[in-house]
Structure formats: C-alpha cells, structure tokens
Write a protein that binds this ligand. Structure first.
Ligand code: C2E
Ligand code: CA
Length: 689
C-alpha cells in the first residue's frame, strides 16, 4: 500500500460516518468499521446481503421512491431514513447515496455515507403502534409490510403466490395545491373507500403514503387475468366523478402490478417492482395499469448509464456538430446553417439527438451540452470568417432548461466576446411549445436575449399553440414551420391551408417564415407559390460536416427553380386516368391544340404534378383505385382554387357527380367514350373561364 493509499484507507475506516458500497444488484461489497460498530452486525453478515437488512419498515415508500428516482436519474440523493440495528433499536439516519462510476464511466454500483448522530427513538415507538392510517382507517405502511412479511414467510411451493399492486393518483400534488387540505383529505377518504369496494374478500388494501395505496391480491384473485380485471375495475372506480360539497373532482390513477414468486421473492424487490411498473404507467400518460417486466428496471438503469456516459463524453469533447443549410426561396441562395449536435460515443458511434436530448434535459446535462454547442458553433463562425467566408450565420437549438438558466445572457456575452463574433451572426432557436408553457416569462427572456443583438427564431412553429397576441410580442425574426405540416402539404388540403395561413399571419407580424423538412421539389414549389421565405430540408441538403458546408458556400450552391422556364408559358392541362391507353389518346388529341399536356395515372401523382407546375385545367377519370376523381378534384379545389376541373367518366354516375358540381369541386361532367370535337370545344371553353 502506498502512503497515499494508506492515508486514504485510514480516512475511510476511522471516519465518524458509516460507509457502505454495493454492486449493481444492491449487494453489499464493502462496509467501514464505523458501520460495523453501529449496526451491530459483523462484516461477514453484511457482505453479500442487501441494505434492506437495516430496514425498519417505518420509512415511507415515497421516500424510497424519491431516492431511486434521484439516483437512477444520475443525481445523488440526500435524505433521512428510519433504520433498525441488529438488536431491533430504531435509529434515524441521514444518508447520502450516489451511483459509483468505473474508469469507463459505467455505473458499477452505489455508495452510501451514513450519519447516525441523531437518534430520535421516542417518535418511532409511537409510529410503530399506528397500525391504521388515521385518515382513511386503512392499514398503514408498517402493517402492510408486516402482512407482506408473513405471506413471504408462510409461502409453500404448492400454494399459490400473491400479487402486489401499487396505486398512485395522477397529478395529485397539483390538485392538492389548488384545492387545499380539507378537500383533498375528503377525496382521499373517498378514493380509499372505492378501492376497498373494488377488491374481493381476502384481499388487502393499505394506504402507504399520501396518495399512494397498496393492494395485495391472494389465491385465485392473484392470477394474471383476475389481477388485470381488478386493476381495470380500480381505474374505473377511481375515475368516476367525486362530489365534495360544491366541487366536482375527477381523478385518474396509475397502477403497477407485480407478482410473487414470479417477479421477486423479497419484500423490497416486490415493492420496487410495483413502483417501477406504476411509474411506467405514469410515463405512458397515466390512467392505466402496467404489468411489471424486468425491462422497466433495466430501462431506469439504462438511462442512468447513459447519463453517466454523456457526462463523461461532454467533458471529453466527444460531441460533434453537423450543419444543415437554410436556403432562400426567393434567390435560391444559402442564408445560414442550423447546428445539430451528435454524440460521438466511443463504442456506439454517432448518436442522434433524439436518443439523448431528453435524458440530458432531465439530468441537467443540457446546460454543459448547450454551452459546448454554443462555443463550437461560434468558433466555427469565427473560423469561416478568418477563411474569408463572411456573412455565414449559424443557428443553435436551445432547450427550456437553457431558457430559464439565469446566467444565459452572461454566458452568451462572454462567449461572443471571447471568441470574437458579432452577435447577429448567431441565431438561437427556441421551441414554440417550451415557450408557451409560460408565455409571459418567455417574452421577458426573449427581450433579454434580443437586447444582446443575437437573432432569434421560433422552432416547431404550429405545434405549440401560440396565440396571436403572444406571437406579436415575441421579438423573434423567424418562424420555423414544423416538418409535420410540410410532410403532406401537396396532398392534404388541411395542412396546405394551415401553412398558407401561417405564412400570411407571420408576414403580417413582420416575421420571416422558414419551412422545415422539405424533401421534394413539389413541396418546394408549393411553398414558393405560397410566399414562404426560406426552407430547410433533405431536398436541398442533409446535415453535413463543417468542411462540406464550407464547400457549399464557396461554390455558391443554390436552389434551381425549374418551374420558371419557358415551356410553362403555354396553357397547361393535366389529364388523370388509371388507364394508360386513354391517357395516350387524349394526349394525342389535345397536344394538337397547342396545350402543354401533363399526365398522371393516379390522384396522388396528380397532386405531385400540380405542386410542381402551374396547371389551369384538370381532366380526371372518376373511377380510379387509390383516389376517386371527385375526391381528387375536391382536394384540387381547396389547394388550387383557380383551376378549372372536369370529370370524364365511363359510367353514368351523374348522381355522385352532381353533388360535387354543386359544391363547386367539378366544373363539368363529360362522358366516355367522348366525341373528339365536343371534347376539344369543352376544353377550349374551360381555358376561357
Ligand atoms: P429540429 O430543431 O426540428 O431540427 C431539425 C431536425 O430535422 C434534424 O434532426 C434534421 O436532421 C431533421 N431534418 C432536416 N431536414 C429534414 C428532412 O427533409 N426530412 C426529415 N425527415 N428530417 C429532416 P436531428 O439532427 O436528428 O435533430 C433532432 C432534434 O434534436 C432537433 O430538431 C432539435 O430539436 C434537437 N437538437 C439537435 N441539436 C440540438 C442541440 O444542440 N441542442 C438542443 N437542445 N437540441 C438539439
Ligand atoms: Ca431547430
């Protein structure tokens, strides 16, 4: 042992705090002398056991739940627990528990530092006797634990096991804050009564903490099918409106279900399972039940490992930025780049943000991550400027956590000054839904950021329900229309009209509109025609490296607008029919009339062509497999009201078509087979409407 190691060893052994280390499964691998002395157990008894040997059954399961949520979320947990010595004495201990990382940054176990200096034994004798919860009259946590213990002890392999349900009311805290203690107490009494009425004789319910109940189902009732039926009955009973004087309250709950002996054989594991499953039900949106599966624990552990690795890799600079160009729909030129972060994981390679941004936000790692992105993006702007590529703007995505970071403006000022970039070259993208969570506060933050001189844009526009009033007060210069609306813009009249309304509204407020996720020429042309200012998407370029981005700027890569060429000067006609020979003969006939004739064999193809070309007259067959002629022409009417629309049908379907004619979707109905001269005459008329 080196002198340093010796010192370190003594420090730990002679410490006045107890110390325990466990492996990933929670088995004790190390205890220091202090803990051996105070607990009354010898080292051999403790090594290999779980810390549950110290449990008194008097600490609320909410405390354990909070503890695990914190530790699994990558944060150390500090709190108090009522533990038991070997001789049965109860002691209140103050603990600091955290995950231990190995050299690779992987979670290898957990450590606890225990301060047992205050022993408040008096209170606990009192608590121990409280077998029933004074509010609801149901068994309390200690008696439920005792019940579990006796079931476990009395278990015989030939008898049936039991099922444990953890029931937790959704959003109870919010409800508690708004209605006050008196009302919530009466609600809890009612919920307790409903739970009791929903279970069968022989089963037990207890109130284990605040709004958390535990149910034990036994015998036949513990079969999976019967347990699920009980869970469904409980959800229904809890969700029925509760009337307390003048208040009508409607609640939902989440239920986690775990079985003995299938899922675990000790009380601690079973309780942990039930809570993990209940949390999974909450994550799915609440008002449902989830059966425990080991993946739920693994998922929590997986997130923990991920956050530890991310923390390590941010420090090691193992992140990368990709750049996706934004282009003007007027000039076709590049107007800037959006910086998109990637995690360069040593084993898993490049990881996309959708896999880690949420974890980074939950654990607070988004703060150092965003700082890295800002610093790297600004250094890139500076490097390009030094190479003579002036006027390249980069935008950076910020998350809610960053917005509410008090020192964000100061951080930005320092970074801009240190790196030597003028503020307007940086744009910050703020998510619309995040901003709308607290619109007034967001307006203040936006104003502070604007004062620095940076550009701002509202990301995911259309998904966050901005009101016009708020929108006009957000000092952002660009609104980025979410990809969701653009995806089917050429075939979905609803999204098409939403987008054109967004563009009109944005322009009225003096903002520029940027369409996200543009993947085809048809989408681009549609947006151009609607007056959209800029676009971003795979059609022009995928996100690329800084070197590739620089080449694009240097070589002046830009958009080409095909639809502006000469040929479009001719009056254009679109023929739609699923029979190619009909298309051909019509085409031959009408070409001679000096029209530019386009053809499509289906409705979707026709919409694609319409988005790409200015068409005046559309002639469509009625009977087509994917989309009928009337359906197509109704969409065309909403998307392109200036077109003249004709149905050409081989069947006498006047009845179906009349309605469409009355709604104005169809201008004329012609029958097949047609007379060449009549058809030519009708088309001529159509062009002069
Ligand atoms: P976003 O802000 O909406 O960014 C655009 C995303 O759409 C990018 O995904 C981009 O690759 C993708 N995209 C662009 N054009 C197209 C297209 O034509 N078709 C399709 N299907 N997708 C397209 P990416 O890079 O995976 O980023 C996903 C999200 O992660 C971003 O969505 C942004 O919200 C977030 N994000 C990325 N980088 C950062 C960052 O540095 N900080 C923060 N807080 N969030 C970031
Ligand atoms: Ca963005």
């Amino acid at each position: 042992m080196s002198p340093d190691d010796k010192l370190f060893h003594e420090l730990i052994e002679q410490n006045s705090f107890g110390m325990i280390v466990t492996d990933l499964e929670g088995r004790i691998t190390y205890v220091n002398t202090r803990r051996i002395e105070s607990s009354g157990y010898c080292a051999e008894e403790m090594i290999g056991s779980k810390p549950s040997i110290f449990q008194s059954g008097l600490t609320s399961s909410a405390t354990y739940q909070e503890m695990w949520l914190s530790i699994l979320g990558g944060r150390p947990w500090k709190g108090e627990i009522l533990n038991k010595r070997k001789n049965g004495e109860i002691v209140r201990e103050s603990l600091l528990i955290q995950a231990l990382l190995d050299e690779e940054g992987q979670v290898s176990g957990f450590s606890a530092i225990i301060d047992e200096s205050f022993a408040l034994r008096e209170n606990h004798r009192e608590q121990r006797t409280s077998i029933f919860d004074s509010l609801t009259g149901l068994p309390s946590l200690p008696s439920m634990l005792e019940r579990l213990g006796s079931l476990l002890r009395g278990f015989q392999p030939e008898t049936k096991g039991f099922t444990l349900l953890s029931i937790d009311i959704d959003g109870f805290q919010r409800f508690n804050d708004s209605l006050g203690r008196l009302v919530t107490d009466r609600v809890l009494i009612e919920v307790a009564a409903r739970i009791q009425a929903s279970i069968r004789r022989g089963d037990t319910v207890g109130r284990v903490d605040g709004d958390e109940f535990m149910v034990v189902l036994q015998g036949e009732h513990a079969d999976t099918k019967a347990s699920l039926e009980t869970a469904a009955r409980l959800l229904k009973a809890i969700a029925a409106p509760i009337l307390i004087e003048t208040h009508q309250v409607t609640l939902t709950a989440s239920i986690g279900i775990t079985g003995f002996p299938g899922d675990g054989t000790d009380a601690e594991t079973l309780l942990g399972n039930a809570v993990a499953a209940m949390l999974a039900a909450k994550q799915e949106g609440g008002n449902q039940y989830c059966l425990f599966n080991p993946a739920m624990r693994e998922k929590a552990l997986g997130r923990l490992t991920m956050s530890a690795e991310l923390r390590r890799d941010i420090e090691r600079n193992d992140l990368a930025l990709m750049f996706q160009p934004k282009v003007s729909l007027l000039s076709g030129e590049i107007t800037g780049f959006e910086a998109l972060v990637r995690w360069n994981h040593p084993e898993r390679g490049l990881i996309e943000p959708r896999h880690f941004i949420a974890v980074a936000e939950e654990t607070g790692l988004i703060v150092p991550l965003s700082e890295w992105v800002l610093r790297t993006a600004l250094s890139q702007i500076k490097a390009w400027q030094d190479e003579g590529l002036n006027r390249v703007q980069i935008s950076v995505n910020l998350s809610v956590r960053n917005l509410y970071q008090i020192d964000l403006p100061r951080l930005l000022t320092t970074l801009l000054a240190d790196i030597g970039v003028d503020a307007p070259y940086l744009e910050l993208e703020l998510g619309e839904s995040a901003m709308m969570r607290d619109a007034l506060q967001s307006i203040r933050i936006v104003d502070r950021l604007r004062a620095l001189g940076v550009q701002l844009s509202l990301d995911g526009f259309g998904t966050g329900y901005s009101s016009l009033a708020h929108l006009s007060r957000f000092e952002v210069s660009r609104l980025k229309i979410d990809r969701l609306f653009i995806e089917d813009i050429t075939s979905n009249p609803v999204n098409a009209s939403i987008v054109s309304a967004m563009i009109a509204m944005g322009h009225t407020l003096g903002k520029k509109l940027v369409a996200m996720g543009v993947e085809s020429e048809a989408q681009m042309n549609f947006l151009r025609r609607q007056g959209c200012d800029e676009m971003q998407g795979f059609f022009f370029s995928k996100p690329c490296t800084a070197e590739e981005a620089a080449v694009m700027v240097r070589e002046g890569k830009h958009l080409h607008f095909e639809a502006d060429t000469e040929e479009t000067e001719l009056p254009t006609l679109l023929l739609v029919d699923d029979e190619p020979y009909i298309l051909n003969s019509l085409k031959r006939l009408l070409r001679r009339e000096n029209y530019r004739v386009l053809t499509a064999t289906s409705g979707p193809e026709a919409l694609e062509i319409l988005a790409l070309n200015p068409v005046r007259v559309v002639i469509s067959d009625q009977r087509m497999p994917e989309m009928s002629g009337i359906e197509l022409l109704s969409k065309v009417k909403s998307l392109y009201p200036d077109t003249v629309r004709i149905i050409l049908s081989g069947y006498s379907e006047l009845a179906t078509v009349t309605d469409a004619i009355n709604r104005g979707a169809v201008w004329k109905y012609l029958t097949k087979p047609w007379d060449d001269e009549t058809l030519k005459e009708e088309v001529r008329k159509a062009f002069s409407v």
